[in-house]
Design a protein around this ligand. Sequence first.
Ligand code: FAD
Length: 419
Amino acid sequence: MDILIAGGGIGGLTAALALHAKGHSVTVYEAAPELQPLGVGINLLPHAVSVLADLGLLDDLAKIGIETQELLFFNKFGQRIWREPRGLEAGYPVPQFSLHRGELQMLLLDTVRERLGPARVREGYTYVRHTVWPSGRVGVWFDTGTSGDLYGPVVADALIGADGIHSAVRKGFYPDEGPPHWSGAVLWRAAIEDAPFLSGRSMIMAGHENQKLVVYPISQKAFEAGRSLTNWIAEIRIGKPGDLPPSRESWNKPGRFEDFMPAFKDWSFDWLDFPALAAKTPEALEFPMVDRDPVPAWSFGPVTLLGDAAHPMYPVGSNGASQAILDARALAESLADGAGDVHGALKRYEAMRLPATAALVAANRRQGPEQVMQMVEERAPDGFERLEDVISQAELEAVSSQYKQVAGFDKASVARILE
Ligand SMILES: Cc1cc2nc3c(=O)[nH]c(=O)nc-3n(C[C@H](O)[C@H](O)[C@H](O)COP(=O)(O)OP(=O)(O)OC[C@H]3O[C@@H](n4cnc5c(N)ncnc54)[C@H](O)[C@@H]3O)c2cc1C
């Protein structure tokens, strides 16, 4: 089957590998003139790592990503609320990796070029529109920026819209959807080499729903050299959910330290001095926290959506990239079982993934596993002497395990992927 993917992000490239592994002929059309290792830190949870391991990428991931050992939540005074082991440390068969988004994307890109052939990733092709022929095949047109005319039609058996949160493929089906939904929070993200903190493989979150800090190391190379490439995210709520965001979100907009550092000036804890870390950091990128309401359908004839194009979600619970990777596997499996019925296969893929990711979009709007920090803030805004007077271990455990089930990375779900 000839499959065309619009978008060479983590979702599109993983889909290319997964579909190629099932014997399809796949070409990725990417809008950027040249894919660059952009972004800062992301996490791959064990379910997504299992999918990539199945595609033969585990050793390569281990060379670039930190095997995250533990996740800790603190209140705004740096008092510990929760610790849970992660990845191998938690007894999963594969690690959780914290890594640089750009490095992961480049690993996927190189692997696609190696396995599918260099011509199978075409950069500088922006998807503009498509038509479904009476035969059921799809013709696609691209803007290449080189002449007034569109390039096309490129004809395929299926078109996968993996073109991110501003997906043009999705817009074709939902023209009146409007801009993404803003939570009212703004994130400032950066990465800086520094001394390791805590275990050297710890991921921490501190604060509450109106002000939060997330910090984790993202480079195995730095770890082996006794250092930490430390990714940090400072988040402040400045608006209300549903307000128009202060600017159209871009992944590369430089932020101003004076917009957020005053609020974090006292966030110097005995386990991490955030003001000192931020003072060493030359540049932080600003990004409003946005998602979209789930749509009723992703698959329309031979066309479907994947990753952020299908289900953009708040970056809570470390799930955006992981869910795009799970989509890729589900899509490849559905098309392999399809016996030539592309439309049926894409509908089956949608049935597998749309309700699951819609539940996660909703869970992330409720702060996902991080809601325990808000519970503690509301019950003990001035801090606590004894955590057990504020929140019980049972409550903490319930929130953590419920979220794992919704996001599909409880141990039973991960074991099923590796079967
Ligand atoms: C530049 C960039 C930096 C990011 N940085 C971070 C980060 O630091 N931390 C984090 O957690 N997440 C980051 N993300 C988001 C994260 O990668 C995604 O949420 C997640 O991996 C889902 O991936 P995706 O492939 O569905 O979408 P995306 O990663 O958004 O990829 C979509 C791809 O489609 C391409 N595209 C867009 N429109 C068209 C079109 N019309 N035709 C063809 N191609 C098109 C884009 O150029 C992009 O390469 C970033 C995304 C981007 C694009």
